[in-house]
Design a protein around this ligand. Structure first.
Ligand code: SF4
Length: 365
């Protein structure tokens, strides 16, 4: 690669180079070559080639102009991964420090991904990706083809389909060991679709957000019913949706959409690294169901519950909503959502038709 980058440098020198502390130009007296560590003028081409051959600054310039994808969002993301997206120090020493760090490896988290970039023996950047919970673990299954990331992202640890790719439910046990820059971004985008372009748009102040009202207003067909949910007063129902689905415990994106352009929701959008610019399909399909359920009129039912039974129902709902039921030990009967406690309550309160306290639902049709 040394010969390629020196050839490229010589070919570009007549246009002038000024990047990350490296300055090269062709003058009437020969080539000028300047870095924080070196200052040469009046070089002929052969000497310029010698000077450039061992320079990290030349290597760095070549990588960012001829190796990594030149799409602005991908380019910026790869720079960010190695801490190169800050302004160059006055003395340009960040390239030297960065190359030292890259020799050891620079690790960044992106959602549940741990991404490490390091220089291989040929001085090329190679990226390793694994689950954050697998950092420091050996014996992971190795993958090389970015397309395989799509399969890894499809099901969780227990083999259940993941409808929301940004859910914090990525399975563990895998590793992409030595990706090139293009393949790295493909892997990241397979795990978290659109996360890189949206992150970049937000950094550039160009994130185009589509709020709840607009998204629901354009639903058609079987989803068209969600428009009717917005016809009442207020937006409290949208707070409930956002609290149910967009909370950090359920989704690693940071919700930037609101009720509409002028009305922010009351619930926090979360702390995710990359933004969510519009209600996703999981939210829209949940909203369709809730639109139907919330169109029902309340009725009054009378049940007799002991205070502990009322609290137990609340604990069961909390445990299910927080995805905690698998963690409750069978022996822990102090937890209201304990399986034996729930089975006891069902045995005591349900009749043979499954009615709570023998009270029929008596649904109006
Ligand atoms: S709408 Fe909510 S749940 Fe869906 S991706 Fe955005 S933040 Fe996540």
């Amino acid at each position: 690669m040394t010969a390629e980058r020196v050839d490229a440098l010589v070919a570009t020198a007549s246009d002038g180079i000024d990047f990350d502390g490296l300055r090269v130009e062709a003058t009437d007296d020969g080539y000028a070559f300047e870095t924080p560590d070196a200052d040469h003028a009046g070089l002929d081409e052969a000497v310029l080639r010698d000077v450039a051959a061992g320079s990290d600054y030349v290597s760095n310039w070549y990588v960012w102009h001829a190796v990594v994808p030149q799409k602005p969002d991908r380019w910026a993301f790869l720079r960010w991964l190695e801490g190169a997206d800050v302004d160059v120090d006055a003395d340009g020493s960040d390239v030297v420090a960065r190359y030292d760090a890259l020799t050891e490896g620079v690790t960044t988290e992106w959602g549940q991904l741990s991404i490490t970039v390091r220089l291989d023996e040929g001085g090329r950047r190679r990226y390793e990706v694994r689950h954050v919970d697998d950092v420091g673990r050996d014996g992971l299954d190795r993958y090389d083809d970015p397309l395989e990331a799509r399969d890894l992202a499809t099901h969780d640890e227990r083999g259940r389909y993941r409808p929301l790719k940004a859910a914090p439910s990525l399975r563990t046990g895998w590793q992409f060991a030595a990706l090139d820059p293009t393949a790295l971004v493909e892997v990241v985008e397979a795990f978290y679709p659109a996360s890189v372009p949206n992150w970049y748009r937000e950094r550039e102040g160009e994130l185009d957000v589509t709020h709840w009202r607009e998204t629901m207003g354009r639903q058609t067909g079987m989803y068209g019913v969600v428009k009717t949910w917005d016809r009442g007063e207020g937006y409290e129902h949208v707070n409930w949706v956002a609290e149910a689905t967009c909370d950090d415990s359920q989704c690693l994106k940071r919700r930037e959409w609101q009720y509409d352009d002028e009305t922010d929701l009351d619930v926090d959008g979360g702390d995710g690294q990359f933004p969510c610019r519009e209600p996703c399909s999981v939210v829209v399909s949940g909203a369709r169901k809730w639109t139907k359920l919330e169109s029902e009129q309340p009725r009054t039912y009378e049940f007799e519950l002991t205070p502990s039974e009322k609290e137990q129902l609340e604990e069961v709902i909390d445990a299910v909503a927080d995805g905690r039921t698998d963690e409750i030990r069978e022996a822990d009967v102090s937890d209201g959502a304990n399986r034996f406690r729930a089975r006891f309550l069902r045995a005591k309160l349900f009749d043979d038709e499954g009615n709570l306290a023998g009270t029929p639902t008596d649904r109006e049709t």
